[in-house]
Design a protein around this ligand. Structure first.
Ligand code: APR
Ligand code: ZN
Ligand code: ZN
Length: 361
């Protein structure tokens, strides 16, 4: 029997979001229905609402979520009703070229539920990132559910499902930050702060936070930055070089997604260092660099998609580290809100004092 629950939809381009009744079908083979306990508000949800991702309105928003599996379709064995899970948007297929080469974090054929959730009149919903978790219950592919230690609080756990994982993974998976490295992080929102926390976890010797907002820099320090640079008044490339013995950082993580900050990252690293782009640019942005500098400075210019994470490997490990007190995921939760406050949370995103608003059910 399909169920009716409340969920937040984006009805059309730039229209305010609203709470509607959502019809959630019973899971078929390969699918699971999850009772959502918490779901963070991410910039990507706002981009969906603004029409910046696709025109497949109406969207069922929300994708940084944790909850309890309620039912599974026939043949599903990896998760069972009652399991506490974090939802992911990288349910790897195991069969594509990337998976077969042993690089499943690049999987080209990730799974989502095949059935559609709908409105009461039958209108099909497009779930954000194949999840749609600003809803009391949601239908996903079983592989999108990653079991973690249930003693963690859901509002903290859900954050690993997207932005915080992207930032931590940019440092530890894509950037390969290791013990003793110098790291600079440009842009200290939720993603940049997570890159800072990940760098600390990996044993970086020096972590330089760069932002144009002093409030962000203060928070970055709490997350593990050893030095801060406000690039509104100071040249960040010079400042990072000065703080690294004149060399530049081993790894520079760009967590804004703009050509000018990418250039800063490019020049702020040491020779043969690594640049990681985790900020997401818009289609019209262009980058111009002297090709000789690209050659002459060597090293690696990488992009990090979802922190190059493998949910089955990374989520349980990071939750365990959090439960041991070695990774403060709670610091990313600025406020908890109700389902009908998502629109307000979008407005607060621009004020700059929120890392994450989290809807709790
Ligand atoms: N130089 C330095 N910092 C900047 C600059 C700049 N020119 N412009 C903006 N910032 C800072 C902001 O002050 C803010 O602290 O970058 C940070 C961006 O943070 P958020 O807007 O909170 O975004 P976040 O959720 O962290 O995501 C960052 O990663 O996943 C992507 O789509 C996401 O592109 C976005 C990026
Ligand atoms: Zn695959
Ligand atoms: Zn997200």
């Amino acid at each position: 029997m399909a169920q009716q629950v409340r969920g937040v939809i984006a009805p059309g381009k730039d229209q305010p979001v609203r709470v509607e009744t959502i019809v959630v079908p019973d899971p078929r083979p390969g699918e699971a229905v999850v009772r959502v306990q918490a779901c963070g508000v991410c910039h990507t949800d706002l981009h969906y609402k603004q029409g910046g991702i696709s025109d497949d309105f109406p969207f069922l928003l929300g994708h940084e979520a944790a909850g309890v599996v309620e039912s599974v379709g026939e043949g599903v064995t990896d998760v069972a009703p009652g399991d506490f899970v974090i939802l992911n948007w990288r349910a790897v297929c195991g069969h594509c070229r990337a998976c077969l080469r042993g690089r499943p974090w690049y999987c080209f054929d990730t799974h989502n539920a095949e059935q559609k959730m709908t409105l009461l009149d039958g209108t099909e919903l497009s779930p954000a990132l194949g999840i749609g978790a600003f809803a009391e219950k949601t239908l996903v592919a079983a592989g999108q559910c990653t079991k973690v230690d249930p003693s963690v609080s859901p509002q903290v756990a859900g954050l690993l499902g997207c932005g915080v994982m992207a930032g931590i993974g940019a440092a530890i998976n894509t950037g390969n930050v290791g013990r003793g490295d110098t790291v600079a992080v440009i842009g200290c929102g939720g993603v940049g702060d997570a890159a800072i926390a990940g760098s600390r976890l990996a044993g970086a010797a020096r972590i330089i936070a760069v932002d144009i907002d002093d409030r962000k820099l203060e928070k970055a320090r709490a997350m593990g930055a050893t030095h801060t640079v406000n690039s509104r008044g100071t040249d960040p490339v010079e400042a990072i070089r000065e703080l690294t013995g004149g060399f530049g950082a081993d790894v520079v993580i760009e967590a804004v997604g703009r050509p000018e900050t990418y250039k800063q990252a490019f020049y702020a690293r040491d020779l043969a260092g690594t640049v990681v782009l985790v900020g997401v640019p818009t289609p019209e942005m262009k980058l111009e660099l002297p090709l000789l500098d690209v050659f002459g400075r060597g090293g690696a210019l990488k992009s990090s998609w979802y922190g190059d994470c493998l949910p089955s490997r990374d989520f349980p490990m990071l939750i365990d580290l959090h439960l041991q007190g070695r990774l403060d995921l709670g610091a990313f939760v600025t406020e908890t809100i109700a389902l009908d406050e998502v629109e307000k949370a979008f407005e607060r995103m621009h004020e700059g004092d929120v890392l994450r608003s989290v809807v709790v059910f």
